[in-house]
Design a protein around this ligand. Structure first.
Ligand code: MGD
Ligand code: MGD
Ligand code: SF4
Ligand code: MO
Length: 687
C-alpha cells in the first residue's frame, strides 16, 4: 500500500509516499516535480524503516530510580501522574511560571507547537519556549518586520538565484532540485558562503565571504543598487516607506570601504549587486548560515530589503509571500496573567512579532535556572529537543539542567538530555502520527502528515501525550479531543477543511485559495504602515536601529574575536551531513556505514603548517572548552578557517561542538547566540 504523508526527519518537510505492508513501513519515496529517476535521494528517508524500527527506540515510559542509578520501566498512568504531580507541586511551591516547556525543532512547529502552548497557558506559565532564536525564527522576524511575513523563494522559476548561507544539497532536497532545474534552464547562480559547498562549486559566482559579516555585504549591495539607479522605482515609490533613510545609511557602506572586511574585492560586490538587480526575476534563498550570529536580525533585514528594492517581492520566480490559511489560534495566550513575565522578557518584540511563535530565546531557560532571574525555574519539560548537545555553551547548559528539581523529556531515543531526566516519555515517530505540518499552516496547499503505521511499542504520539497530561492537570474542557483528527478539524474549522478532505487530497495537498502573486496590489503588507518598511518606526521607538546598521557595524561578531592572539583559527560550525539531522540518527547502523567519525575540515596548507596528517585526531579549544575531531583535508576553505562537522555530540561527547561555543554575548533583539563561528586553536593530541 502507498500512503501520502510528510517526512519530518528534518525540517524540510518533504511530501513523500510511504510504502506499507502488513502495517509495517517498508520504504518511502520523496515526491517532486522531477521524474522519479531524476529526484535527489535522501539517506535518512532511505533508512526510514531502520530508524522507525530501531532497537534503540524508547518504547515504554521510564522513571529515574530513587537512588539516581538509572531508570525503571513504568506504565503511562504512573508516568503521567508523576509528571502532573510535579506540575502541581512546583506551582504550589513556586508559582506556575517555575515550570517551563522547551521545544526543539523535530516534532514540527505547526499544530504540535500549539498544543504545549495551550497546555502551559491554561496552566498559567508563560514559559513555552522554542529554539527558534538560533534556527530560522529570528530571520522570520526580520522578514516580518520588513514586509509582514516570511517570503519563500520560488527558485525553480528564477532567472537569477542568490543562495546566501544555505546548503540545500545537504539540508533541503526539494529546494536543491529547484535550484538545479533553474540552472539547467539558464538561471545565473550566485552562492555566498565561506565554504565551497557543492552548490558553490556549481555556481556562476561564488563569494567566499568572511563568516559573520553578511550584513555588511547586504548594505554594500543596497548602496550599489541605489547608486547605480538599478532599483525598481515604481515598487519603491508606491509600496515602501523609508527609502531616503535607507539610502543614507547604505551610503556609509560602499563596496570600496567594506570589501576588505568581507575578504572580497569591491568588484565582486558590485558585480553581484548589479547582476541581481538587473536579472529578473531573481530569488534569494537565505539560510541558517545567516542565523546563528549576533547580528542575525539586521543582517537578514538588510537581505530582505534587497528583495523589495529590486521589485522581486511576490513575483513568480522571485520571493513569494505566503497565503496563510485561516486556522484557529488555539494557544489560549489570553489566559496568561500579564503581570508574570516570561523568562525571555528582555526580547519583547521577538516574543510577540507573530501570533503563534511566542518565545524562542532558549538561552533564557538556562539563565533562569542558574541565576534565578526573573525567578527560578524548577521544572522543565523538553519535547523533541536535545539541548545538552544543541544549545550554545554545553557545559553551562548541562550545569543548568542538572540543577533542575524536575526534568521531563519526551523523545523517541535516549539522549544526553534524557539521561538527566526524572521521567522519559517515549514519543512516536513522524510515520506513526497524524498532525498538521508547519509549512501548511503558514501556507497553501495544506499537506497532511499522516499516520501510516501503528505506533511502535508503547510509544505515544506527541499530541496524545500533551492532551492526556492536560486532562490530568484538570483541563478536560481545553483538551476534549480523543484523536488527532478531532483536534485538527477543530483548528481548521475556519478554513472549512477536515482531515478527511486532506486525506482525499493526499497526492497534491489541498489548496483552499488559488496561488496569487503581487498580492500587495490590493492587500496592504502586514506592517504598521501597510508598506515594506526600509525604516521601521516600531524598532526606532523601541530604541533599536530603524534602518539596519544605522548605528554602525559594531564589534567583530565572531565569538572570542578579542582573544585571537591565543585562539588564532576561525572555526565554522557546519557541515550538516545528509545522513543526519542535528544530533539525531547516529545510532542507526545503515546511516553510519559511510563513516562514523566527526570530521574537521582543514586546508592542507594549514594542516602542513600545524603538522597534522589526514585522519589524525586533533583537539580544538576555545575559552569555553575543547573537543576532539578527525582531520580531513579540504581545499574549498580559506586558510586560517576550519569547518567542524555538526551534531556529533550525541554520538561522542568529546565531539560536542557546543562545548566550544558561548552564549554570553547575544543579539539584543532576538537573544541569538553565536553558535556558528568562533575563534579557536588546534592542538596535537599527545598520549
Ligand atoms: N542533513 C541535514 N539536514 C538538515 C539538518 C541537519 O542537521 N542535517 N538540519 C535542519 C535544520 S534544523 C536547519 S535550520 C536547516 C539548516 O540548513 P541550511 O540553512 O542549509 O544551513 P547550514 O547547512 O547549517 O549552513 C548553510 C551554509 O551556510 C554557510 N555559512 C556558515 N557561516 C556562514 C556565514 O557567516 N555567512 C554565510 N553567508 N554562510 C555561512 C555554511 O558553510 C553552509 O554551507 O537544515 C535542516 N536540514
Ligand atoms: N553549534 C551549533 N549549534 C546548533 C546548530 C549548529 O549548526 N551548530 N544548529 C542549530 C539549529 S538550526 C537547531 S534547529 C537546533 C536543533 O536543536 P534540537 O531540536 O535540540 O536538535 P535535534 O538533535 O534535532 O533534537 C531533536 C530531538 O527530538 C527527537 N525527536 C525526533 N522526532 C521526534 C518526535 O516526533 N517527537 C518527539 N517528542 N521527539 C522527537 C530526536 O530523537 C532528538 O533527540 O540546534 C542548533 N544548534
Ligand atoms: S530531506 Fe530527507 S529527512 Fe528531510 S524531510 Fe526530506 S526526506 Fe525527510
Ligand atoms: Mo534549525
Amino acid at each position: 500500500m502507498i500512503i501520502d504523508t510528510v517526512c519530518r526527519f528534518c525540517s524540510s518537510c518533504c511530501p513523500i509516499e510511504a510504502f506499507v505492508e502488513d502495517n509495517r513501513l517498508i520504504g518511502a519515496r520523496r515526491k517532486s516535480f522531477l521524474d522519479p529517476d531524476r529526484r535527489l535521494t535522501c539517506a535518512k528517508l532511505a533508512a526510514a524503516p531502520e530508524i522507525v524500527y530501531s532497537p534503540e527506540r524508547l518504547t515504554v515510559p521510564l522513571i529515574k530510580n530513587v537512588d539516581g542509578s538509572g531508570f525503571r520501566e513504568a506504565g503511562w498512568d504512573e508516568a503521567l501522574d508523576l509528571v502532573a504531580d510535579r506540575f502541581q507541586r512546583h506551582r504550589r511551591e513556586s508559582g506556575p511560571q517555575s515550570v517551563a516547556w522547551l521545544r526543539g525543532m523535530a516534532a514540527d512547529w505547526g499544530a504540535p507547537w500549539d498544543y504545549p502552548n495551550r497546555l502551559m497557558n491554561a496552566f498559567g506559565s508563560p514559559n513555552t519556549i522554542g529554539n527558534g532564536s538560533i534556527c530560522f525564527v529570528a530571520r522570520d522576524f526580520a522578514h516580518s518586520y520588513t514586509y509582514g511575513s516570511m517570503a519563500y523563494p520560488e527558485a525553480k522559476n528564477a532567472s537569477c538565484i542568490i543562495v546566501w548561507g544555505k546548503n540545500d544539497g545537504d539540508t533541503a532536497l526539494g529546494a536543491a532540485e529547484g535550484i538545479q532545474w533553474a540552472k539547467e534552464h539558464g538561471a545565473t547562480l550566485i552562492v555566498i558562503d565561506p565554504v565551497g559547498t557543492a552548490l558553490a562549486r556549481m555556481a556562476d559566482i561564488w563569494l567566499q565571504i568572511r563568516p559573520g559579516h553578511d550584513g555588511l555585504l547586504a548594505m554594500a549591495m543596497i548602496n550599489e543598487i541605489i547608486e547605480a539607479n538599478l532599483y525598481d522605482f515604481e515598487f519603491v515609490d508606491q509600496y515602501t516607506v523609508g527609502f531616503d533613510e535607507l539610502k543614507k545609511v547604505a551610503s556609509r557602506y560602499p563596496a570600496d570601504k567594506v570589501a576588505e572586511d568581507l575578504w572580497l574585492s569591491s568588484g565582486q560586490i558590485r558585480q553581484v549587486a548589479r547582476l541581481y538587480a538587473t536579472t529578473k526575476p531573481a530569488a534569494i534563498i537565505d539560510g541558517n548560515g545567516l542565523d546563528m550570529h549576533r547580528e542575525v536580525f539586521d543582517t537578514t533585514r538588510a537581505v530582505a530589503m534587497l528583495r523589495a528594492l529590486t521589485g522581486n517581492l511576490d513575483k513568480p520566480g522571485g520571493d513569494v509571500l505566503p497565503q496563510p490559511i485561516p486556522a484557529r489560534n488555539i494557544q489560549l495566550r489570553e489566559r496568561l496573567d500579564n503581570a508574570i513575565p516570561p523568562v525571555t522578557r528582555q526580547y519583547p518584540l521577538f516574543n510577540t512579532f507573530s501570533e503563534t511563535w511566542g518565545n524562542q530565546t532558549q538561552g533564557c531557560v538556562v539563565d533562569a535556572i542558574l541565576q534565578e532571574t526573573p525567578y527560578p525555574l524548577k521544572m522543565v519539560v523538553v519535547q523533541s529537543g536535545n539541548p545538552l548537545v544543541t544549545m550554545a555553551d554545553s557545559n553551562r547548559t548541562r550545569a543548568a539542567f542538572a540543577k533542575l528539581e524536575t526534568l521531563v523529556v519526551i523523545d523517541m531515543f535516549m539522549t544526553e538530555t534524557a539521561r538527566l531526566a526524572d521521567v522519559i516519555l517515549p514519543a512516536a515517530s513522524c510515520f506513526e502520527k497524524t498532525q498538521l505540518n508547519r509549512a501548511s499552516i503558514r501556507n497553501n496547499p495544506i499537506i497532511l502528515q499522516n499516520a501510516v503505521i501503528p505506533t511502535v511499542g508503547d510509544s505515544w504520539p506527541d499530541w496524545k501525550i500533551v492532551f492526556e497530561l492536560g486532562r490530568r492537570l484538570g483541563f478536560t474542557a481545553e483538551f476534549p479531543w480523543q484523536t488527532a483528527e478531532e483536534a485538527i478539524d477543530y483548528q481548521l474549522e475556519p478554513a472549512g477543511v477536515t482531515v478527511e478532505e486532506l486525506r482525499r487530497n493526499g497526492k497534491t495537498g489541498l489548496r483552499i485559495e488559488e496561488l496569487r502573486y503581487e498580492k500587495y496590489r490590493d492587500i496592504p503588507f502586514r506592517t504598521p504602515s501597510g508598506k515594506v518598511e526600509f525604516f521601521s518606526k516600531r524598532l526606532a521607538e523601541a530604541g533599536l536601529p530603524g534602518v539596519p546598521f544605522e548605528n554602525g557595524w559594531g564589534d567583530d561578531p565572531i565569538s572570542f574575536a578579542g582573544q585571537s592572539g591565543e585562539y588564532p583559527v576561525l572555526g565554522i560550525s557546519g557541515s550538516r551531513d545528509i545522513r543526519f539531522t542535528n544530533s539525531q540518527f547516529r545510532t542507526i547502523p545503515a546511516l553510519l556505514k559511510e563513516g562514523a567519525v566527526c570530521l574537521i575540515d582543514i586546508h592542507p596548507d594549514d594542516a602542513v603548517r600545524l603538522g597534522f596528517a589526514e585522519g589524525e585526531l586533533v583537539r580544538i579549544e576555545t575559552p569555553k572548552g575543547s573537543v576532539e575531531m578527525t582531520v580531513r583535508f579540504f581545499t574549498m576553505l580559506r586558510t586560517g578557517t576550519v569547518r567542524l562537522a555538526w551534531g556529533w555530540g550525541e554520538h561522542d561527547p568529546r565531539a560536542n561542538l557546543n562545548s566550544l561555543t558561548e552564549d554570553d554575548k547575544r543579539s539584543r533583539v532576538t537573544g541569538t547566540s553565536t553558535s556558528r563561528s568562533f575563534m579557536c586553536r588546534l592542538c596535537k593530541i599527545t598520549n
